[in-house]
Write a protein that binds this ligand. Structure first.
Ligand code: DQA
Length: 144
């Protein structure tokens, strides 16, 4: 099983950005955790980070024929990007949305994800472990 993990804008600053909310692990450290769990699950994983909407959409489109599933943390795009929501809805492989923080307990504008409804499911609030739980979820998720 081949999985693409897409990290959205500002996640490249993990470790230094709001550590009380997002934790102290850097993106490289989180990617190492993802790679370790993926290898334990017998998956092949690629991790990418994009700060702009178009690159995230291109990554979703590009993965649709070569990957079995996608895990995405759209960052703040989750709250307003109908273009990313449409891109997720346009591909048939399962997509799981991940957030480090618990959106339900944060500012009003973060409580709604416009992208989550196009996804097979979501995991949020478990810090870096949200990604690892999402890997376990896609391992159990049949392709559409
Ligand atoms: C985030 C939550 C978003 O609201 C925020 O804009 C982020 C990170 C999370 O992982 O908790 O960049 O997606």
């Amino acid at each position: 099983m081949r999985v693409l993990v897409i990290h959205g804008p500002n996640l490249n600053l993990l470790g230094e950005r709001d550590p009380a909310i997002y934790g102290t692990a850097t993106l490289d450290e989180i990617n190492a955790m993802i790679e370790k769990t993926a290898s334990e699950l017998g998956m092949r994983v690629d991790c990418v980070q994009h700060s702009d909407e178009g690159s995230i959409i291109d990554a979703l489109h590009g993965a649709r024929t070569v990957c079995d599933a996608i895990i995405i943390n759209p960052g703040a795009f989750a709250h307003y990007s109908y273009a990313i929501a449409d891109a997720i809805a346009s591909i048939s492989i399962p997509v799981v949305e991940v957030h480090l923080s618990n959106l339900a307990s944060r500012e009003e504008f973060r409580r709604r994800s416009v992208t989550a409804g196009s996804c097979r499911g979501s995991v949020c609030g478990f810090g870096a472990h949200s990604y690892l739980l999402a890997l376990r979820a896609v391992a159990q998720t049949p392709v559409k």
